[in-house]
Design a binder for this molecule. Structure first.
Ligand code: ATP
Ligand code: MG
Length: 238
């Protein structure tokens, strides 16, 4: 079976600094894979390199059997890989509707209408706020919009970079329920999270990054019980 995503020995440099050092990550079709690691280890850089925002110095990114390493980001989105970026990054002065329309820009009319309706069914709250400026939404609502905008491209793989960051516990729970339900609907997910406990609950497999390298990986349940993960990322106690 082809994987949704195969990242093979990816190297990303910024000037003289090597940010990613031969990073290899695999996401199966309909799988949830999480990448864990402290601040500044290169998680967002990995997401950006996969989605074509940063260029790889070497290594390959293969999406459903197709080498996308050198493709521009809009072609990668059109191929079925969408990203909900770190820090949400909705277009603040544009309305909720306009943000969603941008996410589905590559769809034919009929697909667009159907997808718009699906996304609003998933996020009833956004339906009530379609005309409102995105910047006036609460943090949790902006995160929902950011994910909704990514879903507008009907992705087969969704990259989620810190979706729960800075949100109240109730919203955090909703985000993780959402992640599970997006996978149920058939989309594979690559998830970066500071909330390691929740991330390892929802994911099938996890990778741990340190200093631009993958230092550990395994089934999520095994990582949850691994003393190295517990000590460094789960505050010691299981
Ligand atoms: N465009 C850039 N130019 C220069 N350095 C960069 C650039 N993007 C990232 N870096 C550097 O790469 C390293 C990894 O950053 P990255 O944002 O990938 O980390 P992260 O794991 O996502 O951290 P966090 O958990 O804080 O979001 C950092 O040292 C950062 O300063
Ligand atoms: Mg980051």
């Amino acid at each position: 079976m082809t994987a949704a995503l195969e990242v093979d020995k990816l190297v990303v440099r910024m000037g003289v600094q090597q940010i990613l050092n031969e990073v290899s990550v695999s996401v199966p079709e309909r799988g949830i894979v999480t990448v864990l690691g402290a601040n500044g280890v290169g998680k967002t850089t990995l997401m950006r390199a996969v989605s074509g925002i940063y260029r790889a110095a070497s290594g390959r990114v293969v999406f459903r059997g197709q080498d996308i390493t050198a493709l521009p980001s809009h072609r990668i989105v059109a191929a079925g890989l969408a990203q909900a970026p770190e820090g949400r990054q909705v277009f603040a002065s544009m309305s909720v509707r306009e943000n969603l329309v941008l996410g589905g820009g590559m769809l034919a009319r009929a697909d667009f209408e159907r997808t718009f309706e699906e996304v609003l069914q998933r996020f009833p709250l956004l339906r009530q706020r379609l005309a409102q400026a995105a910047g006036s939404l609460s943090g949790g609502e902006q995160q929902m919009l950011c994910i909704g905008r990514a879903l507008m491209s009907r992705p087969l793989l969704l990259l989620l970079d810190e979706p729960s960051l800075g949100l109240a516990p109730k919203i955090v729970r909703q985000i993780f329920e959402l992640v599970a339900s997006i996978r149920e609907a058939g989309t594979a997910i690559l998830l970066v999270e500071q909330n390691v406990r929740q991330a390892l609950k929802v994911a099938d497999h996890g990778y741990v990054m340190e200093g631009g390298r993958i230092v550990l990986d395994g089934p999520a349940a095994a990582l949850r019980d691994d003393p190295r993960v517990r000590d460094a990322y789960l505050g010691g106690a299981g």
